[in-house]
Ligand binder design. Structure first.
Ligand code: PHE
Length: 341
């Protein structure tokens, strides 16, 4: 009778274990038979009801049953694990020949690309970088640059005033003063930055970038400026680029020049980009005015210097044939994607 019961228990435990669908179900079966409240323990408790002389025999039997069940569960568990592993290997199979998923990556804005190129070119010539503040006082933006309050040249630039004496700088030239006030010649500084003017059409934007250059030392001449600009044009545009200086006017340079570069699109023959002239204006420059040097405590009898200022957007537009400056601030990805470098 007892024997029958244990046999039955053993059989149903093994049967249930074999039917378990996964490790979790198997674990539950195991707990039901071998756990702390499991059938085997219950069986063991029955020992109390037996006469003492039958107990050792009974205990042995139940222990043997437990051991057999433990081994059976181990065997079944191993088989189940193998089955599960085989299943996983099948479903989690990686097809290494499948093409990869494309990930969109960003790229530098064309203005940043051009700015970095300009900085590289001039840093290669030994220029240091100085970045001045975007909010300037009237003094640095105009007065110290030989442009007093009633000077008509102030009208050349439509200024955003913040109050009576502070404004958004209209030109990086303001940085010239800050540099000369703080550093004795020899000076060779490049000053890139944002500038602001109340101006808005296809080639003008209220915010744009300039790159200012300033060289002050003994015996600096306009020839040095020209040689340096030729070198710049060749590196920035093409090996065969040439420059041309035209007389111009800026209050803070004397003489002042406007610098044209031979049109890179047509090589100087004349095309739509250069409006048939073969030349494209790229920057303003000149010899630093004696008054500007004096304003910064630099003796114009001892030192001379040249300065130049170029528009970064303008250079980018020329280089890439962009016909509207707005494209550079709208940030339409369809436009920007074309400059993936
Ligand atoms: N600051 C001038 C402008 O904004 C450019 C310039 C810079 C001219 C330095 C001469 C010397 O137009």
């Amino acid at each position: 009778m007892e024997q029958e019961k244990t046999d039955q228990l053993e059989q149903s435990a093994i049967k249930e274990a074999e039917q378990a669908e996964d490790s979790r179900a198997l674990y539950e079966v195991k707990m039901r038979f071998l756990g702390r409240m499991g059938s085997v323990i219950q069986l063991m408790k029955k020992m109390r009801d037996l006469p003492p002389e039958e107990r050792p025999e009974f205990g042995k039997k139940v222990n043997a049953l437990r051991e057999r069940l433990e081994r059976a569960f181990e065997r079944i568990e191993l088989a189940l694990k193998m089955r599960e592993l085989a299943e996983r290997l099948k479903t989690e199979n990686v097809d290494v020949t499948m093409p990869g998923r494309k990930r969109a990556s960003g790229a530098l804005h064309p203005v940043t690309v051009v700015k970095n190129q300009l900085v590289d070119i001039f840093a290669g010539m030994g220029f240091e970088i100085y970045e001045g503040p975007e909010i300037e006082s009237e003094y640095y933006n105009f007065t110290a640059l030989n442009t007093p309050a009633d000077h008509p040249a102030r009208d050349m630039q439509d200024t955003f005033y913040l109050n009576d004496s502070f404004l958004l700088r209209t030109q990086t030239s303001a940085g010239q003063i800050r540099v000369m006030e703080n550093k004795k010649p020899p000076i060779k500084v490049l000053s890139p930055g944002r500038v602001f003017r109340s101006d808005d059409d296809a080639t003008h934007s209220p915010m744009f970038h300039q790159m200012e250059g300033l060289v002050v030392d003994k015996g600096v001449t306009l020839c040095d400026l020209r040689g340096m600009l030729d070198e710049f044009a060749r590196t920035m545009f093409s090996e065969t680029s040439k420059t041309r200086l035209r007389p111009s006017y800026f209050p803070f340079t004397e003489p002042s020049v406007e610098v044209d570069v031979s049109c890179a699109a047509c090589g100087g023959d004349g095309c739509a980009l250069c409006k048939g002239t073969g030349w494209i204006e790229v920057l303003g420059a000149g010899m630093v005015h004696a008054n500007v040097l004096k304003n910064c405590g630099v003796d114009p009898e001892e030192y001379s210097g040249f300065a130049f200022g170029m528009g970064v957007e303008r250079i980018a537009m020329l280089k890439y044939g962009i016909n509207n400056i707005k494209l550079l601030t709208e940030n339409d990805v369809r436009f920007l994607e074309q400059f993936r470098g």
